[in-house]
Design a protein around this ligand. Structure first.
Ligand code: PHE
Length: 454
């Protein structure tokens, strides 16, 4: 360990590593993206493809990011500068593009999280408890069309997450996610248990899992791959940053596997909690915001104890979103702190300030800026598109190519085996092969398709 890395804080325990990393992976993506995409795209068939994508792209890239971060013990820009040979391509741009992606994703993600937090309070107050979908639709409309409320909730969320980051990596990120993850599982299990007592359990479960291979088209395959990427927080330096906080004796492949399986488990439980309820009360399994903010309140209002369950549901979403937001925001904070020499406090305040400015355009998308379009998209959709379809895949390809062709097998093997302490040459060999040949090609296909280029 050299001077630069001494005194750098990190995760203190194995459970802390798991909680923080899983906290990053589990997010709003699990609660509405995964279940509704699975249901709409052929159930078990989609699941199978998602699993293949996770194994062939997700896991290798995640292992690559974490291993690189831990080897360099630095922020994503410095990590690439340290690991790349002196005279080579400007690989540090991967770190810079990660920071940009973090800002773009946070800008719109923080607005959805803002609605989630607002709904925790609305659920407690009981104002959204109505079995009439028109009432719940109007309530959601009133929130998102009010510029002041949209901005204030978003700023509140950014300040809250920034506040946790100010507590530092160990006390803040690790401390909070260690407390939140068990709460998340508890809430999820309660919601599932209730959902399984409802009349149309079978229909809900069938929607989620019944294999329908006719629905599997090239487009669906690509959707599954894109989802694997976003779900595991890959391609923007998040996992690299967390990797830099991993302990030297942490078994990276085992941890990664656990995170991936637990994330999958949470996604499936979310589906089991949601769909039986949706079908039992005769609603359509819609996707995205309307499922969470319009259908769910209408559904829960009809279940005995629905008021409490609805609070539990939005609390669950808030908990999930918090871990994901912490990991995204940590990327710019640690880059500004370590690479640009700002104190951690200043780096955090500057990040919040920049997000308040940039994110406002997303908070105002459904009201003041409703007619403002760039490249034919509103700001919310544009940021989503630019990050998910361009920056994350580009980051993923570059990372895979970097490890596979530049950093090389020996360095990778040494870092991944904890300097030889773990006997995992086969695992390393397989992962390295995937990174060198398979993942970059597959991701390229996802990206070109995402951009509509073929
Ligand atoms: N994985 C998170 C989710 O499912 C989103 C995320 C993407 C978090 C990229 C960090 C980085 O919601």
């Amino acid at each position: 360990m050299n001077n630069k890395t001494m005194g750098r804080s990190g995760f203190s325990s194995s459970f802390g590593v798991l909680a923080a990393t899983l906290g990053s992976a589990v997010g709003l993506g699990n609660i509405w993206k995964f279940p509704s995409l699975t249901g709409a795209n052929g159930g078990a068939g989609f699941l199978l493809i998602y699993l293949l994508a996770t194994l062939m792209i997700g896991l290798p890239v995640m292992i690559a990011e974490i291993t690189m971060g831990r080897a360099a013990k630095a922020n994503p820009i410095t990590t690439l500068q340290r690991l790349a040979p002196k005279k080579s391509l400007p690989w540090w741009l991967i770190g810079a593009s990660g920071m940009l992606a973090a800002f773009l994703i946070l800008s719109f993600y923080s607005e959805v999280v803002a609605w989630v937090f607002a709904y925790v309070f609305k659920a407690i107050g009981g104002s959204i408890l109505s079995s009439d979908r028109q009432v719940t639709e109007a309530a959601f409309g009133a929130l998102i069309s009010d510029p002041l409320q949209s901005l204030l909730w978003q700023w509140g969320v950014l300040i809250l997450i920034g506040g946790i980051l100010l507590m530092g990596v160990t006390k803040g990120i690790e401390g909070i996610t260690k407390k939140l993850m068990p709460v998340l599982f508890l809430l999820l299990l309660v919601l599932c248990a209730v959902s399984l007592t409802l009349p149309k359990v079978a229909e809900g479960i069938a929607f989620l899992f019944k294999p329908d291979f006719n629905k599997i088209t090239a487009g669906v395959v690509l959707t599954a791959m894109g989802l694997a990427f976003f779900k595991l927080s890959l391609g923007m330096g998040t996992m690299m940053t967390y990797g830099s906080y991993f302990r030297d004796d942490q078994n990276i492949p085992a941890t990664t596997m656990r995170v991936m399986l637990a994330d999958l488990f949470v996604s499936m439980l979310a589906g089991i909690a949601i769909f039986p309820a949706v079908f039992s009360f005769g609603f359509e399994p819609s996707a995205g915001p309307s499922l969470v903010f319009i259908t769910i309140p209408a559904v829960f209002s009809q279940i005995p104890g629905g008021h409490l369950l609805m609070i539990a549901f939005f609390a669950l979403a808030a908990v999930a979103a918090t871990g994901a937001m912490l990991s995204m925001m940590e990327v710019p904070v640690v880059i500004l702190h370590e690479r640009f020499g700002l104190s951690r406090t200043r780096a955090t305040v500057l990040t919040i300030a920049m997000l308040i400015v940039l994110g406002s355009s997303c908070a105002l998308t459904n009201n003041v800026l409703a007619d403002f379009k760039l490249f034919g998209m509103n700001m919310f959709d544009l940021f989503d598109f630019a990050s998910s379809n361009v920056l994350l895949p580009l980051g993923g390809i570059s990372l895979a190519l970097f490890v596979g062709w530049v950093w090389g097998r020996d360095n990778f093997q040494r870092a991944l085996s904890n300097q030889g302490a773990l006997r995992n040459a086969t695992v390393t060999g397989v992962v390295f092969f995937l990174l060198r040949y398979v993942s970059p090609l597959l991701i390229l296909v996802v990206m070109l398709k995402g951009l509509g280029l073929f």
